[in-house]
Design a protein around this ligand. Structure first.
Ligand code: HEC
Length: 467
């Protein structure tokens, strides 16, 4: 107790000091509008240092809280709140990033390139939004003199990635045995599974980056076929090593990492080089802009597949399918196809077959993943006693008001099977998770048998009667 108070007091004091310092520096920054570049760089360096310290102290606070709550009922509560905070940050930054990405690809596509365009311009665009008129111009390469204030779009991307990576830890890596590993898929230790997850992102980036630097980049159609094959390979790989949900999330996190790395390693450096050249009045090498534009376009096509993955955890008929990786690949292709149609449309090139083909593909996925008619025999009048016996031996370890499972100290999603009514109320979800998608019991930790799944099905089909 004494130690706790002391640790919190010290960390809290440091935190307060750092917060005060950020305000001081903010004032300095405002006052130094006309200061020289060197001075400003110095100031921004110090600011960066303080921000980093702030983040580290907050992380230390969380780590210490976790350490003290470990093994107590507060641990689950802490993880839930970490989840809430990090997830909210992730979706907020993600929306800002993807919103900006959509907006700029739209801008590029919709530019007026012909009427009243000055020589140095690539095009312009009039827009009305939020009660005001906007007029934008895009330069062919760079303006003759650079403006003093130039807005960069990069923190959206970095913070989306950082918060996403943190969420991966909060949800999957801190609890790898339950959330990441499925021993029926592959018997991995937690450390090995986490290593494979993180390693796969690095390997994906190396392969993708090589692909972008190969001559293939000049042939967009071939490039997309090879790129898609590569992504499908990753979807397949993840399905062979992780539990099905984690496999999906890793596919999304892998693509998200490619997107963030595109910004960090290619797009921003290219823009920095362009700005540096323009500042000293040198001609800007247009190949920088071209490379950055290609990566930014890839990012644009990645968005819809990634968004699907991020919500896919709610849809057991996708990740729970026997060929979950193929479902994922097909949905990625279909959603990227929809984006392609939208991009062409913004350019005024209406394409008659891409949208129907993409929607057709998505419909085909929903068709082939539809539950098969189960032809296994049912005994007449399956008794509730038989069903209850299965639930009691395979489910209540987790789904009861006082779970006995080693991981879940509170009933997951609030689902409990303590009374007959609890079971009847959830019969449709039981059908979906236990019989059709077989995604419950989680990782089949309690070893339910196919015969038992069939008994549950028969009972539900016969009207789920308690007697
Ligand atoms: C090892 C723990 C564990 C066991 C055993 C287990 N579950 Fe679950 N169950 C979970 C977790 C964790 C979730 C929440 C995550 C998810 O939906 O996959 C969940 C979610 C569910 C849901 C979805 C609830 C919703 O709101 O969507 C249903 C239905 C369900 N379980 C039914 C069952 C049934 C029936 C059994 C027994 C045959 C069972 N579970 C056994 C851990 C378990």
């Amino acid at each position: 107790m004494m130690v706790n108070v002391l640790v919190y007091a010290v960390l809290g004091l440091i935190l307060v000091m750092l917060v005060v310092m950020t305000y001081q520096f903010h004032h300095l920054d405002k006052q130094s509008q006309d200061a020289g570049d060197a001075q400003k760089d110095q100031l921004h360096l110090s600011q960066g240092f303080i921000y980093t310290c702030l983040v580290l102290v907050v992380m230390a606070l969380i780590a210490y809280t976790w350490y003290s709550a470990k093994g107590t009922p507060y641990e689950g509560h802490l993880m839930e709140w970490l989840n809430i905070v990090v997830r909210l940050m992730h979706i907020t930054f993600g929306i800002a990033w993807i919103g900006a990405s959509f907006y700029f690809v739209f801008l590029e596509n919709a530019l007026n390139r012909t009427e009243n365009v000055r020589d140095e311009l690539a095009g312009n665009l009039w827009a009305v939004h939020g009660g005001g008129f906007y007029y934008l111009e895009k330069y062919k390469v760079a303006p003759k003199t650079l403006p003093k204030h130039l807005h960069w779009f990069k923190y959206e991307a970095y913070f989306t990635w950082i918060s996403g990576f943190s969420l991966l830890f909060v949800v999957y890596y801190f609890n790898a045995k339950a959330m990441l590993v499925d021993t029926n898929v592959m018997n991995l230790s937690a450390a090995a599974a986490i290593g494979i997850g993180i390693g796969s992102f690095v390997i994906a980036w190396i392969l993708y980056d090589l692909l972008c630097k190969s001559p293939l980049i000049k042939k967009p159609f071939l490039f997309s076929i090879v790129g898609f094959a590569l992504l499908t390979g990753f979807a397949y790989f993840y399905a062979q090593v992780f539990n099905s949900r984690a496999a999906y999330i890793h596919f999304g996190a892998m693509i998200g990492s490619l997107m963030a790395a595109n910004v960090f390693f290619v797009i921003i450096p290219a823009q920095k080089a362009m700005v540096a050249a323009a500042k000293i009045g040198q001609p800007v090498d247009p190949s920088y802009g071209k490379k950055a534009l290609a990566r930014s376009l890839h990012n644009n096509y990645f968005t819809l597949p990634v968004l699907f993955v991020m919500v896919s955890n709610h849809f057991p008929s996708t990740f729970g399918n026997q060929y979950s990786w193929a479902v994922l690949a097909a949905i990625s292709l279909g959603t990227a196809g929809v984006k392609h149609y939208l991009n062409l449309k913004e350019k005024g090139q209406y394409n008659v077959y891409i949208l129907p083909a993409s929607v057709g593909l998505l419909l085909a996925v929903s068709f082939v993943t539809a539950p098969q008619k189960n032809t296994d025999e049912c005994k007449p009048n399956v008794s509730f006693a038989a069903v209850n016996a299965i639930i009691q031996s395979r489910c209540v370890q987790c789904h009861s008001s006082k779970p006995t499972d080693d991981v879940y100290t509170a009933p997951p999603n609030g689902v409990v099977y303590d009374t007959p009514q609890d079971i009847v109320k959830k019969k449709d979800l039981i059908m979906q998770r236990v019989v059709i998608t077989k995604t419950m019991p989680q990782n089949n930790k309690t070893n339910i048998t196919p015969e038992e799944r069939n008994i549950l099905r028969c009972w539900i089909e016969q009207g789920a009667i308690v007697k």
